[in-house]
Design a protein around this ligand. Structure first.
Ligand SMILES: [Zn+2]
Length: 264
């Protein structure tokens, strides 16, 4: 390959990396460094020496790790490991969640009622001037939200979580219930039981973008740089994952790469 061709290829590669909105800043940094080493590095490292060179270029890790052996490259590879991350509502603490069952009764504001009648023998407090009415500052055009009716969700603090799995994608949806709605929780748990048993492995929704740019044994690479990682059944390249309702991503040319050397 001539220098001109090599330069054009590298230029197109960079343009693609900068316009790909799926890439996080760190992943883009890694991909661009790998492409530069493979196409433009004056030292021309051998195919198996790409990762040690990239590791040297990217420098030490940005955060301290107890094992003390991580590099920035290793960190970025770990961040790009293909995986399924459930939504925040599934992961969050019960105290942060709101019950989604229907309300028991409509909200009714109750005025203050003194619990006991005042004792006539007590000295009555000195009568004071009436307080001025409370002023609430709002933006122009603000309309207070309607008070909850019986059609609205309960909204009390969560207690029990029921996870529903999508029959097509295996992706999870959280259903939270409060202590007063445990019967509803049991009903929903029974409703989703069979569906959850039949649900497929979740399609990954994070990472896997190195495989979109390079051809290599990424399952081995991710396994080497992640502490607890299992390869998804859908493959390690984000382009290969099925996207429900969206056409398959076209296969793009990738740079061939050998995964050897470059310890974590
Ligand atoms: Zn509730």
């Amino acid at each position: 390959m001539s220098d001109d061709e090599r330069l054009t290829k590298y230029d197109e590669f960079c343009a693609r990396a900068y316009t790909d909105t799926r890439l996080l800043a760190g992943t883009r940094e890694l991909i661009l460094a790998m492409a530069w080493v493979m196409q433009r590095d004056p030292d021309q490292p051998a195919p198996g020496e790409v990762f040690p060179r990239v590791k040297k270029l990217l420098g030490p890790a940005s955060r301290w790790r107890p094992d003390g052996r991580r590099s920035r490259m290793s960190e970025l590879i770990e961040a790009d490991a293909p995986r399924y991350e459930p939504p925040r509502q599934v992961e969050q603490a019960a105290s942060q969640a709101f019950c989604e069952a229907p309300r028991m009764r409509a909200y009714k504001p109750r005025g203050y009622v003194p619990r006991t009648k005042p004792d006539p023998d007590l000295i009555q407090p000195t009568p004071l001037h009436p307080r001025p009415p409370t002023i609430v500052h709002v933006l122009p055009g603000y309309v207070p939200p309607p008070e909850p009716t019986k059609q609205d969700p309960c909204g009390a603090t969560g207690h029990t979580l029921i996870v529903e799995k999508d029959p097509a994608t295996g992706w999870q949806t959280a259903h939270w219930f409060c202590r007063r709605h445990l019967d509803q929780a049991a009903r929903v748990a029974e409703q989703v039981r069979e569906q959850n048993e039949l649900a497929p492995e979740p399609i990954p929704n994070r990472g896997g973008l190195l495989g979109s740019y390079f051809k290599a044994d990424f399952a081995t690479l991710y396994g080497k740089h992640c502490d607890h990682w299992v390869a998804p059944v859908y493959g390690v390249c984000a382009d290969d994952w099925p996207v429900p309702g969206v056409d398959a991503v076209p296969v793009r040319p990738r740079l061939r790469l050998l995964v050897v050397g470059g310890s974590a």
